[in-house]
Design a protein around this ligand. Sequence first.
Ligand code: TRP
Length: 452
Amino acid sequence: MTDRAGGQRSEREQWASQTGFVLATIGSAVGLGNIWRFAYVAGENGGAVFLLVYLVFVAAIGVPLVIAELTLGRRSGADAVSAFEAGEPGSLWRFAGWLPVAGCVYILSYYTVIAGWAVKYFLGAATGALWEEAEAGYGAFFEGFIAEPFEPIAWQAVMLVIAVAVVSAGVAKGIERLNLWLMPLLALIVVALAAFAVTLPGSGAGLAFLFAPDVSQFGNPRLYVAALGQAFFSIGVGMAIFITYGGYMTRRQPIPASALIIVAGDTLFAIVAGIAIFPTVFALGGDPAAGPRLAFITLPQIFIEMPGGRLIGPAFFFLLSAAALTSIVSLMEVPVATLIGRLGLGRRPATVLIGGVSLAVGVPSALSYGVLADVTLLGLPVLDAVDFLGSNVLLPVAGLLVALAMGWRFAGRTVIAEAGLAGALGHVWLWLIKIVVPAAIVLIVVRSLTAS
Ligand code: TRP
């Protein structure tokens, strides 16, 4: 650690409590990925088989990487770029931190577009307008809305303004506080939605889809890429979130236990959201493989028809919007902390700058089903292509860098000691980070790029 980083440590912000830190990291992990993305990716990839492969990746790849990121962050007590630099000042590794910093802006650019859709649906459901406006069905309603030239950008901007307000207020006073009250509320809502869904007649088919594996599907190679991409995206690993959040930890906060709680919380949330979504979809005859439109077309169609749907609808879209907000806040904090730490910017100007850049970079994604409907990348609409490359290539590559850096370069006893992994566990972790995680990432990503 350099003197500069050492000097910064004392002035730097810190979490006010371990509970606040854990809820903030779970808030980062739990987002559109657990509800919108998990449901449609699991739906497209066979349900229960997907869930099984997903669980294996989460345990074997997700947990070790979260430990690695938190350790790197707490050890340097600095932003992502400085953390890599402190790990090995003289080598090329010192530039590695810029990849996730740029990556966060990349993900923000389209993530905030979808979050904007969720806000629109929430306000529509809460005021009742959503139920009246869609006379021609939610397919036409949604297609019409995302084809508008301005409206999607306006909702994206609404989401960004709220996030900028939170992040400007600081780590403990903004981010931690938001998550302290919002995350318990979201947990309550998702459990209530799931409890209601399983009481619907015909819900058993949905539960079977999610929990009874059809083993013939294990041979499908797309399943493995999809599960890896989903694990990275849902936990939010690879984009230096845990490096940055780890930089605000105190020495007394335990790293391995925190990592386990974060990953378990994220996974549990996705499963409970699945229990809320699939039984509902099956009970009312929807298609679980409807793709990204599942949350925005299939579900509202169901809400309008089912008993209690006019209460469930607003609750669901509040959940979706608020979960997205707590993730957006974390994605902003990485570049914001870097601008503060590297360029000496104040927190407020740094946050406004990142919010503005994310909005601007997101314009093509926001317009991808309207003005840019004829433009395709990799044969996909712009937003879908940006998500595909982000989740299935950028995140795994960034995760690979973290694993290689921590396993092979900054490694050794000091890293294991910092992580607080005693004895055999430390060896298992180091072995996973050095060999298993990199090998799995390379195999799966290469396979996905050559198979498609
Ligand atoms: N994990 C969040 C979700 O499931 C999104 C997210 C937050 C994320 N931080 C991230 C994704 C970092 C990738 C990288 O919606």
